[in-house]
Design a protein. Sequence first.
Length: 348
Amino acid sequence: MTRVHAYAAPREAAPLEKTVIERRELGPHDVLIDIAYAGICHSDIHTVQGDWGPQQYPLAPGHEIAGTVAAVGSEVTAHAVGDRVGVGCMVDSCGACDSCLRGQEQFCAEGAVFTYGSTDRDGTVTQGGYSEQVVVTESFVVRIPDALPLDAAAPLLCAGITTYSPLRHWKVGPGTRVAVVGLGGLGHMGVQIAHALGAHVTVLSQTLSKKDDGLRLGADDYRATGDPATFRELRGSFDVILNTVSAVVDLRAYLGLLATGGTMVCVGAPGEPLALNVGSLIGGNKTIAGSNIGGIRETQEMLDFCAEHGIAAEIEVIPASAINDAYDRVLASDVRYRFVIDAKTFGA
Ligand code: NAP
Ligand code: ZN
């Protein structure tokens, strides 16, 4: 066992505090990673606030991990000491079921082992990336291309793949009219990726306060959802709506923005249900869909795509002591556009 500094919530809805957690000894297929940066995803906040149900505490969140390989187990072939690597939302799965073989480990029939708050193979509860080091089985470690700085790459491990995967699945490309709802961590990645895929991109944000940023990130249009005229003027004008909002939204209003045959993909995951009147779908052969992160192969593909297109997260690097303040700012939609924790400060 190695003991490392970390930040964890001691109980539900409590501020995170400095602590020490244990990492297992390296098994033959394990990789020990010196964490350099860990992104703060809104899912970390939902989890420790209890929005998604009870958790086991203390709980160190963090599933946007970037760092370098410090040691490898005797049979590791995919990674070597010194490699720049990332770990996202999952750290293990059965590897043999249909979902795993398809490259969708998140839907593993035996249950994927998620990066934190999940029961691991050895019966322990996983602890996430708000820590100095992590041990992960080699097949769940991805390569971070040299073109991507580690700090700005960290958020790609969740925000990047969670937007890339549905945009690819729904065949977004040249000629597709895409709306991205919410310009936060996921939204600002969705805008950049949809633009790089060649789509016409509109941001739908609560206000116009981040319009300049949205246009700079690649949006062609930027509208305020607080203005009822937006829903009149853009009626029937999108093929795909990517909803990244962390709170409940009015589905009827957004489904009205879809063209006939269009799809609204929800990745935002509020704790409360969204109300759906099926008439909103029937009147236009529309689809409402969900999407859950993305598999490991696709995560590597996304990282390579981002490197090739010069895409990364816009970040504010913070010390671990500022995590609780950062949570408050995320909850107030005051994030531009991802907080990333400098892992050197976990032990400070
Ligand atoms: P975030 O950085 O907080 O961004 C969410 C954005 O939603 C905000 O910036 C804000 O954008 C908008 N918003 C927030 N509250 C709102 C409200 N009451 N009404 C309307 N708009 C509101 O969060 P994130 O890290 O991107 O995560 C977004 C959601 O995706 C969370 O629920 C998270 O758990 C979920 N998630 C899902 C997956 C998955 O696999 N499906 C993966 C990761 C995260 P504007 O200021 O532009 O309006
Ligand atoms: Zn996340």
